[in-house]
Design a protein around this ligand. Structure first.
Ligand code: KE4
Length: 434
């Protein structure tokens, strides 16, 4: 382990942050990047390659944020850069259909059992917002059910007891989201089968859709308990409620066909994002033909977007999905993530530090708590001060983690065994400071 000077050089980041705050709220374009939860100023990034990210002060880090999940192949993957370079010379946006959109849609339809038709948008938020609107129109019902701690982007109807940045900053239900909107959003506890069953028995006929992260990734990583997803599928079917899997994180992450393939539970609609953009802004929602045909121009449900299906983004999408479709990467990711997870547990055990580790495939998290974490309420009892100490220590040792206890760690195809060993050694040193 290369010893790094205890104090990180951050002069340029500091200067850039001061300047940014003059023009951008909080100096960032997404709240969690402000590092508020870990009590340090954010790093400004210069470049990234493979598993490494470099800040403007020339510090190198092993990256486990990977842009919050999208870069499953690693930063600046040569095949993606090459393909984007070629297509750039043909123009950047046409506002008209291109063959690439069809090719990308075909791969998604082939990969996801729930998807017969898919529409591209520009973010996970747009995908979820559109899927909710579609479900309400299709069922002619208003109410929706989400789960506390699940984050589905910042659309009003879902910014209720949300996870991710909302939980990190302690504003899980945002001001500006009106009563009218939140009264149609019912929030239940993730992994609480009895509560879901009781609620649906009472008002199932009023529920347009149930939206869930099939693997929660926004309150830390919390896998579904045995039977939870199966029950959601069974009961929503009984009440003709649309089941939406928000696979913005898990899609193409935990396996090529997402969590619905991993657990063999098929929702009615699926939302995608992150990985399918290959580092560019792409979201998508898709599902059964009979539902998706309600979307304009076929049906009455309106949804649109100037840059939807953008040819540059679609090129990155296509190249990413072509590489992932060979599927050998998933064995590689599983092996590396398992070594990392086992090493974390070994370090914590030997140092006598109570940490609850979770993992599904190559998304993992550590909870600083002596409890077992299966839902939002328990996740919220974690010691976020300890997480902040851990985060800063790991950063000093060249490991770049999410600046929040309520996010996930992501591996990529470019993380090496050397990265893993360095990370485990850094983890051991960092835990000694807890
Ligand atoms: P975007 O609008 O950020 O592309 O996607 C929203 C979204 C939807 N569904 C799930 C399950 C998500 O995790 C997200 C976004 N994830 C957060 C991080 N956990 C994005 C990072 C950020 O907000 O800066």
């Amino acid at each position: 382990m290369v010893k790094r000077d205890k104090k990180l050089k951050k002069d340029i980041s500091k200067k850039l942050f001061e300047e940014a705050k003059r023009y951008i709220p909080g100096g960032v374009d997404s709240p969690v990047r402000a590092y508020k939860a870990v009590g340090v100023e954010p790093l400004f990034i210069e470049k990234a390659k493979g598993s490494k990210i470099y800040d403007v002060d020339g510090n190198e880090y092993i990256d486990y944020v990977m842009s919050w999940g999208p870069l499953i192949l690693g930063h600046a993957h040569p095949e993606i850069i090459k393909a984007v370079r070629v297509v750039l010379n043909k123009g950047t946006s046409f506002g008209a259909p291109t063959e690439m959109e069809t090719e990308a849609a075909k791969l998604i339809v082939q990969a996801f059992p729930s998807i017969e038709l898919v529409r591209f948008v520009n973010s996970g938020t747009e995908a979820v917002m559109s899927a909710i609107r579609l479900a309400r129109a299709y069922t002619k019902r208003d109410k929706i059910i989400k789960f506390e701690g699940c984050y589905h982007g910042h659309a009003d109807s879902l910014l209720v007891k949300a996870g991710s940045g909302a939980a990190t900053l302690g504003i899980p239900t945002s001001p500006g989201v009106t009563e009218n909107v939140t009264q149609d959003t019912i929030v239940l506890s993730y992994n609480n089968i009895e509560e879901f069953e009781k609620t649906m028995e009472k008002i199932g006929e009023e529920i347009a859709c149930v939206i869930v992260e099939p693997i929660a990734g926004n309150m830390g990583v919390i896998p579904p308990e045995a039977g939870f997803l199966k029950l959601l599928r069974k009961i929503t079917g009984r009440f003709k409620t649309i089941l939406i899997f928000d696979e913005v994180i898990s899609g193409f992450r935990v396996c090529y066909g997402g969590a619905q393939t991993l657990y063999n539970i098929i929702p009615d609609l699926t939302c995608l994002g992150k990985i399918i953009g290959g580092g560019f802004p792409v979201g998508a929602y898709g599902g059964k033909k009979e539902i998706m045909e309600y979307i304009a121009p076929l049906g009455p449900v309106y949804q649109a977007g100037t840059l939807s299906g953008n040819p540059i983004a679609m090129t990155a999408c296509l190249e990413t999905l072509k590489i992932l479709s060979r599927q050998e990467i998933y064995k590689f990711l599983e092996a590396k993530a398992s070594i990392l997870d086992k090493g974390f547990k070994k370090n914590a055990k030997e140092l006598g530090i109570k940490i609850f580790h979770t993992r599904v495939g190559s998304m993992l998290s550590v909870f600083f708590t002596d409890k077992e974490v299966y839902d939002y309420k328990t996740a919220m009892t974690c010691n976020t001060d300890n997480y902040a100490v851990y985060f800063k220590e790991m950063l000093k040792q060249g490991v770049y983690l999410a600046p929040s206890q309520f996010e996930a760690m992501f591996l990529s195809g470019s993380h090496t065994m050397e990265d893993i060993e360095k990370t485990l050694s850094a983890n051991r040193c960092a835990l000694k400071n807890i």
